[in-house]
Design a binder for this molecule. Structure first.
Ligand code: UGA
Length: 478
C-alpha cells in the first residue's frame, strides 16, 4: 500500500498530535540497546525527550544505568552521564514498564546474517514485538529502525495485530537510520536526512513530534533536515539501497586497485583524478583491504537473498561481485606478504611458516572498538593459518579482538608490537599508525618491510627510511 503523503509541505501542514500518554512531548522507548539503540536513546534524551532504553541483557542495562557505555563511541559517555543525571533517561529489561511508559517505541534490535545462508535473521525483531505488544494498553506507534529485508514492516504490522490488544489500535511506521560508527552522536543529532515510512496522518504526526528535537536543533543552526515521507517498502529499501551503493563504491575502487596492480598505476591518484568530478565524488573511494563491520557485508548479502525471493535476483547480481572483490582484497595482503618475504606457495597458499609478522589494527575502521567482520582480523587469521607468528596491536579493539582470535599474540603498545618483526602490516588507519615515525620503528624491527593495507602511509617517507613498502593498488617502492 502506498503512502498518501509525499512532500515536506505535508509535514508542515500536519496537525500536532497529542501523545497518548498525555505527556507534553511523546515519550520514547528504544527496544534494543546495541550500537543503534543505545546511541539513539542517549541522543534523544539529549534533545530533551523522556527516554527509556529496553534490552533483554540485564548486565548491559545495569551498566547503562550506572553510566557506562558498552561501546567505544566518541562523545557518548558524557551524554549518557549528563542525561541520566537530568532524569530524562533510564534503562530497563521490563517490557511491561516500557509499554506503560512509551508513546513511540523505536525498534533497534540487531538483524544479523543467518547462520544457514545469506538472509537476515529476524528473530530479535519478532521477539521484541512479541514481548512488547501484549502490554500495549493504549494507542502507541512502533517505529522500525533496524535494517531489514523489504516487506518486514508489513509483517511487523501483522505481528502487532496478532499480539497487541485490539482496543489499543497500535500503529507501525518505518524510519531507517544511517549512523556511522565513530560519528554516531553527530549522525543522530544532525542527520543528513530522515525517512518517514507511514500509512496514516496520525503516525506521521507522532513521528514528526518524536523528531521535533532534531528539527529544532537544525533550525537553531540554520540548517535544513530533508524529510522523505514515503511508504513502507520505500523506507525499508532506502537503508539497504544506501548501504549497497556504498559497498559497491568501495568495491569499485578496489577493483580498480586490482587493475592498477596489473598495470603499474596508482589507485590513490586514480581515485583523486576521478573523485574531483562532482558526479562521482571523492568520498568512499579509499582502496585498501576493503569494507567490514556489522553492516555493509551482511546487508549486501541479505539484500541479494531478499531480491531472490522477490524474483529479481539478477538485478542484484553485481552485489555478489562486490562481495567477491572485497574478499579478494583480504587475500591480497597474504600474497604481498609472501612476495615481500620471498616465500613459496604450498598447496594451501603461501607458506609463511615461522615468520614474525606484526599487524597494526584490529577494528573494522578507526575510532571504534568494533571488530565484527573486520578485514584486519580476517587477515590476522589468514596470516596465522599460513604459519606466521602474528602479533597484533590496536588502540581500542584489543579486548574484542582477543575474544574473536585468541590464537595470536597481543602487544600493549605499538613499540612492543613491532619489536623483532620481519614484516609490519597496517590494516586499520588509526592516526597513531599514520603518524608513526618510520625511522624510529625501523630501529625496532628485524626487517624493514611494510604492507600498507589502508594506503594511509606516505610511501616516499617510508622508503626513504629504508622500508620496502607495498600498498594496495600502488606501485611498489623501496
Ligand atoms: C555503514 C554506513 O556508512 C552507514 O551509513 C550505515 O548507517 C551503517 O553502515 C549501518 O548500516 O548501520 P559503518 O558500518 O559504521 O556505516 O562504517 P563505514 O564508515 O560505512 O565503513 C564500512 C567499512 O568500509 C569499513 O571497514 C571501512 O574501513 C571501509 N571503507 C570505507 C573503505 O574500505 N573505503 C572507503 O572509502 C570507505
Amino acid at each position: 500500500m502506498t503512502s498518501p503523503y509525499s512532500s515536506n509541505q505535508t509535514l508542515q501542514a500536519i496537525a500536532a498530535v497529542t501523545p497518548p500518554s498525555g505527556a507534553p512531548r511523546p515519550r520514547l522507548t528504544f527496544l534494543g540497546t546495541g550500537y543503534l539503540g543505545a546511541t539513539y536513546a542517549i541522543c534523544f534524551a539529549e534533545l530533551g525527550y523522556e527516554v527509556l532504553g529496553v534490552d533483554v541483557d540485564a548486565a548491559k542495562i545495569d551498566k547503562l544505568n550506572a553510566g557506562a557505555v558498552p561501546i567505544h563511541e566518541p562523545g557518548l559517555d558524557e551524554l549518557l552521564t549528563k542525561n541520566l543525571t537530568a532524569g530524562r533517561l533510564r534503562f530497563t529489561t521490563d517490557y511491561a514498564h516500557a509499554a506503560a511508559f512509551g508513546d513511540v517505541h523505536f525498534l533497534c534490535v540487531g538483524t544479523p546474517q543467518r547462520p544457514d545462508g545469506l538472509a537476515a535473521d529476524l528473530g530479535y525483531v519478532e521477539s521484541a514485538i512479541i514481548s512488547l505488544a501484549p502490554y500495549l494498553g493504549r494507542k502507541a506507534l512502533i517505529v522500525g529502525k533496524s535494517t531489514v529485508p523489504v516487506g518486514t514492516a508489513e509483517w511487523v504490522e501483522q505481528l502487532v495485530g496478532k499480539h497487541a490488544p485490539v482496543t489499543s489500535e497500535v500503529e507501525v511506521a518505518w524510519s531507517p537510520e544511517f549512523l556511522q560508527e565513530g560519528f554516531a552522536v553527530e549522525d543522530v543529532l544532525r542527520p543528513n536526512r530522515v525517512i518517514f515510512g507511514v500509512k496514516s496522518e496520525w503516525a506521521l504526526g507522532m513521528l514528526h513530534s518524536a523528531h521535533k528535537g532534531v528539527f529544532d536543533l537544525a533550525a537553531t543552526e540554520d540548517r535544513d533536515v530533508p524529510v522523505v515521507i514515503t511508504d513502507f517498502p520505500t523506507a525499508e529499501l532506502a537503508k539497504v539501497a544506501a548501504n549497497a551503493f556504498l559497498a559497491t563504491k568501495i568495491s569499485f575502487i578496489n577493483a580498480m586497485a586490482e587493475v592498477c596492480e596489473a598495470s603499474g598505476a596508482d589507485v590513490t591518484q586514480l581515485a583523486r583524478a576521478i573523485g574531483y568530478d562532482p558526479r562521482i565524488g571523492n568520498k568512499f573511494l579509499r582502496a585498501g583491504v576493503g569494507f567490514g563491520g556489522a553492516c555493509l557485508p551482511k546487508d549486501i548479502r541479505a539484500f541479494q537473498a531478499r531480491a531472490q525471493e522477490l524474483g529479481v535476483g539478477e538485478a542484484l547480481r553485481f552485489l555478489h561481485e562486490a562481495d567477491l572483490i572485497n574478499q579478494r582484497r583480504r587475500q591480497r595482503v597474504i600474497q604481498l606478504a609472501a612476495e615481500l618475504l620471498d616465500r613459496r606457495y604450498g598447496p594451501n597458499g603461501p607458506d609463511l611458516g615461522g615468520v614474525a609478522v606484526t599487524v597494526l589494527g584490529a577494528t573494522f575502521k578507526p575510532n571504534s572498538d568494533d571488530v565484527r567482520d573486520s578485514p584486519a582480523l580476517s587477515v590476522v587469521r589468514k596470516l596465522s593459518r599460513a604459519g606466521a607468528h602474528v602479533t597484533v596491536y590496536d588502540p581500542e579493539g584489543m579486548a574484542n579482538a582477543a575474544r574473536e582470535v585468541p590464537e595470536v599474540t597481543y602487544a600493549l603498545s605499538l613499540v612492543d608490537a613491532v619489536r623483532g618483526a620481519e614484516l609490519v602490516c597496517v590494516l586499520t588507519e588509526w592516526d597513531e599508525f599514520r603518524n608513526a615515525d618510520p625511522t624510529a620503528i625501523g630501529e625496532l624491527v628485524s626487517g624493514r618491510r611494510v604492507i600498507d593495507g589502508r594506503n594511509c602511509l606516505d610511501p616516499v617517507i617510508w622508503a626513504r627510511a629504508g622500508w620496502e613498502y607495498r600498498g594496495m593498488g600502488r606501485p611498489s617502492s623501496r
